[in-house]
Design a protein around this ligand. Structure first.
Ligand code: SF4
Ligand code: SF4
Length: 386
């Protein structure tokens, strides 16, 4: 039975965090002596360079506490991350990680080095190119930040493993998997590969920073920081995400990586199989958590003529840049794998969008450092109750 540890924590104080994280690991049955002489890949959420008060990245003090626990127990921590647009070096520097990496002697893996991971049990993507550092790891510590997400509804343990895909290759996957259903299935193929694809399976522990989280239009600068005051842990990422969604009071049926994850039975097939230790979900639940408005409503249920560009543009949310906030940095253009964004011209003081090409992945909205991109409803969206 998969165990999820759920502990109350309302601070990023180092002593408190270390106590909670050690207790979380103990509750999940993980003995700290396993760190001795182990190469421990530590994967935070470093989506982009961001200050901790935005709740975009895994809080640097959470990362520090984990690194210190690994070090104090004889392990060798290796930071593995590959932001989509920015350099890892810049994300480390601007997100408050640089002094931790230096003072704690953390090795930083080269995000450009990759290797193919094969998982024959995948539904579609049996061979996935991921950061090479995972192959050399003895233990993987996945450190998700709990946030809302326009496509996957929530981002947590399962979604964070998407960071194993190098840089801009991530946005190409959005192009190949352009519906929430297809993208979630890809994430589950990747999750399966990380759990069952290595020739010798590696322990993966998900340690979730759900203290300061994001609601609304997460997971980037447009999301709204708020508190859940929780630390979660477990070896089953689907179970951890389920419990996180429950304490946020969200409709878990909309989290496709969870419900479709149950259907795949990767160690957990239903909520009844999850054992929550520590606090109860009821004690930690909040009632006023605001979900994302949802990504594309262009799901697999829509077939021709409803998926033609003309009808799509009438029925779907679209990303629209705001002139009063846009600084023309063009990070949106860089991340757009479908080539739907071009430079501003004439009197238009924002990038120009080609909505016929746009697949509504909302990567541009996620990455825009000025929160300058908004979702606007299609003119006939009321037909679908949007
Ligand atoms: S919309 Fe955002 S990401 Fe795009 S150019 Fe403007 S500020 Fe930069
Ligand atoms: S314009 Fe934005 S939402 Fe549309 S495909 Fe490009 S990145 Fe995705």
């Amino acid at each position: 039975m998969p165990v999820v540890s759920l502990l109350q924590c309302d601070t990023y104080d180092n002593d408190v965090l270390k106590e909670r994280i050690c207790r979380s690991l103990a509750l999940t049955g993980f003995d700290l002596s396993r760190f001795r002489d182990a190469r421990v890949v530590v994967k935070p959420n470093l989506l982009m360079p961001a200050k901790e008060d935005k709740a975009i990245v895994t809080h640097p003090e959470f990362f520090r506490a984990v690194i210190q626990i690994v070090r104090e127990n004889g392990g060798m921590p290796i930071l593995v991350e590959s932001p989509a647009v920015h350099s890892l070096e810049r994300a480390i520097k601007k997100s408050g990680y640089a002094d931790i990496v230096e003072s704690e002697g953390v090795t930083v893996a080269d995000p450009a080095k990759t290797r193919i991971l094969t998982f024959d049990g995948a539904k579609k993507f049996k061979h996935i190119d991921i950061s090479e550092a995972y192959f050399d790891a003895d233990i993987i510590l996945n450190l998700p930040k709990f946030k809302t997400h326009g496509i996957t509804y929530i981002t947590g343990a399962v979604k964070l493993l998407f960071g194993a895909i190098p840089g801009l290759e991530k946005s190409k996957m959005h192009l190949r998997c352009s519906t929430p259903e297809a993208f979630s299935e890809f994430l589950l193929d990747l999750y399966g590969a990380m759990n069952y694809g290595f020739s010798t399976p590696k322990p993966i522990i998900h340690l979730m920073d759900a203290i300061a989280v994001q609601e609304g239009e997460g997971p980037g600068p447009a999301g709204i920081p708020r508190r859940l005051n929780a630390v979660l842990a477990g070896e089953n990422g689907i179970a951890v995400d389920y419990v996180a969604a429950m304490i946020a009071g969200l409709d878990v049926n909309k989290a496709l990586t969870v419900v479709n994850g149950f259907a795949r039975d990767y160690g957990v097939a239903s909520p009844d199989e999850i054992s929550v230790l520590g606090e109860t979900v009821e004690a930690m639940r909040v009632n006023d958590f605001v979900p994302a408005t949802g990504g594309s409503i262009f799901s697999n249920m829509f077939r021709w003529p409803f998926n033609t560009p003309f009808v799509k543009n009438l029925l779907l949310d679209r990303p629209v840049p705001r002139e009063d906030r846009c600084t023309l940095c063009y990070q949106c253009r860089k991340i757009c794998a479908s080539g739907a964004i071009s430079e501003s011209s004439g009197r238009i003081k924002t990038p120009v969008y080609d909505y016929n090409r746009c697949i509504r992945c909302f990567c541009c909205l996620e990455i825009c450092p000025e929160a300058a991109i908004e979702k606007q409803k299609g003119r006939l969206q009321w037909i679908l109750g949007g």
